[in-house]
Design a protein around this ligand. Sequence first.
Ligand code: PLP
Length: 422
Amino acid sequence: MIADLSPADLDAFIARARADFDAFKARGLKLDMTRGKPSPEQLDFSEGMLALPGNRDHTTDAGEDARNYGGLQGILEVRKLFAGPLGVKPENVVVGGNASLAMMHDVIVWALLKGVPGSERPWGKESEIAFICPAPGYDRHFAILEEYGIRMIPVRLTGEGPDMDEVERLVRDPAVKGIWCVPKYSNPTAECYSDETIRRLAKMETGAPDFRLFWDNAYVLHHLTENRREILNIVEECAAAGNPDRAFVFASTSKMTLAGAGLAFFASSDANVKWQMARASKQTIGPDKLNQLRHVRFLKDEAGLVAHMDKHRISLAPKFKAVTDALQARLGDTGAATWIVPEGGYFVSVDLLPGAASRTVALAKEAGLALTPAGATWPYGKDPEDSNLRLAPSFPTLADVKTAAEGIAICMALACAEVEKA
Ligand code: PLP
């Protein structure tokens, strides 16, 4: 444990870490572990999709011409295919464009301008509104709120979802209109919300009658082990608790098929789906139904989808193992860092000694390693302890991930030892 070292032993630890750092830096590498993008190998798994639906194949099961306008909700065969993972009936799924982030953004803007079912007035007409932001979390969720001046209240994650005592206390304030949730293999902590967390979110008493869970199930099928974790169905739990309209569910195929040309989904109660489509109908005459057809032809059914996700798992799992092995080897017995070994998702989240995150990023930069900026995982980019770092090992090759992970662990060990000495 670094904290238990005598001053002389700590100096010796720093000297060794510095020598490792200098040796790594001398290799003159350039590696990037910043964003959770699928690798070219992963994109190739869906290459066959680009030839689909193919010439003259443009008729949906309902007999519609997918080349034409219309079909705002999305073709039924796509809604059927994803209804299971989304946890609703096909009637309660809306298929959007290629980015679920765009659907989340629009739902927030529409809530501000028009209100949601149950609103007394548009959210933008309230004197002040706020969102609970479990942290560390997804920077782009926070960026949407910042863009529209919605106050963000960080709440700590516990390993089983947000600290629910704190959430239940905060939602009594009518100004609190929503909470971001990435309930499965969360970005970045990889944690899954427990049954208790989900039940409490579904039934908690909120000051705002139009409070919403922004349930971003981005990693619903993104397992890294053969243990395919399941979580409770939020739409059913909310209905059972007498809050049928509480959850707005989002997901996409960005990290199933093609990140730049996938399908996004909105799923919710009857009233919320009706509300969403009424707004969306002013935005578009209909989505890209050929892409929807392409997805159905390629993935075929839920078994096909699961088999396809297995390819991603087999490609990604060794990269994640490389990262956690390197962390364990360099930091395992130092007491300077904690992390969850991810069972799914796209990130490894590491909590370092307070003050060591930004120092690690600076050291890594010096050594040719690009990391997500310290603080990015917190609202307003401000990590109160400067301790969390998000590592994204999906994009580089396995060999590069191994090298980068070793370098990152070296930088972390040095930064933590320097902080301990200061
Ligand atoms: N939601 C979460 C939690 C994510 O981590 C990401 C991408 O990293 C997205 C949404 C982006 O999804 P999409 O590509 O559907 O916009």
